[in-house]
Design a protein around this ligand. Sequence first.
Ligand code: LLP
Length: 414
Amino acid sequence: MLAEYNPYLEYKDGNLYLDGVSLKALAEEFGTPLYVYSASYIRDRLRAYKKAFPDALICYAVKANFNPHIIAIAKEEGAGADIVSGGELYASLKAGVEPSKIVYAGVGKTIRELEYAIESDILMFNVESFMELDVLNDIAGKLGKKARIAIRVNPDVDPKTHHYISTGMKKSKFGVDIKTAKKEYEYAGKLKNLQVIGIHCHIGSQILDVSPYIEAAQKVVELYHDLTRAGFEIQYLDLGGGLGIKYKPEQSNPEPADLAEAILPVVNNVEAKLILEPGRSIVGNGGVLLTQVQFLKDKGHKHFIIVDAGMNDLVRPAMYEAYHHIVPVEKKERPYIKTDVVGPVCETGDFLALDREMLLVERGEYLAVLSAGAYGFAMSSHYNLRPRACEVLVEKGFYRVIREREDYSYILRS
Ligand code: LLP
């Protein structure tokens, strides 16, 4: 069952291993909460994308996990980067990603961020409003450069996912309405420091059924033909990220090939190069969060396992009521129990699992929270003045720390 999450995750001699490294040994050496990522898994996923989309540019969505060592794996596998901030540009460049493979979306890019990205000569700005077109044009002019752009269009497709992470609907703050996008394109075409080269869309995240991609791609291709007829030279169709992953035991882990089967026939007759921006489907099931059981508490009608990882470490359950599968690091005979798994933070919403039927563990034992490689550390915070977790990268039996655990003075430096 674990192999369906990640083939490099397995019990050996009664202990959980990731990519050939004992998770118990890592927890003991580096303490908990601890994020551990499998480089082999991340490489496999990037290669699966490359194989399914041989002619596309795969831009790893850095927002899923911005550790430069993770971005560097994407770079080594030939990927570029999809960024949403100056910080993510900095991390991508630090990881060695070629600027010619970086795309930049975001509704609220600041002047400093736009300057930094123009100076870095990134491939393409995915522009989200008329006003941004003007500002980008001004800044590019001042810097004596031309900025290459796509317009992020909203195809109004329901990705059938959590409403917080569906981004391509009419009412969302992202992009411009695809029906009237030609106006933005015509306006951009007149601005002399901009070069229109693409169309961008991203319909949402954690999408397990690929049919919404077909609908979105069809609408984007229609716009492509419309723009081409109007004289635009559209060189890139950027269809964003969003492919989902297995979180629950009964869910499947869709393959990039499933996405290819949906999208490629639609974009077949299009001359432009395809760009994809996968994040979660690259790193999500590559990572686990290790946490130690602090206390057990039985309140009669309710049982609690209290662990040392809180919503500041992994906010997804608190924020989206997201399900993360949790397994003991040591395998042994144990009874099942219905329990909540909660963290130490002073919020009722601070839980990793609610009313979960799971194996009963003891104080001091370690638990592995699965599917934690994406939007785990990246969304962590210092709430309750809790230092952020240590991150370790494992590959074929070797391991190294890729971000040290913070201490109090680091957080409070002034
Ligand atoms: N491209 C754009 C423009 C995006 O906004 C996103 C994600 C991606 C690509 C990557 O999507 P992915 O392949 O990772 O689904 N924090 C939420 C997810 C937010 C996603 C935001 N945008 C979560 O933990 O589920």
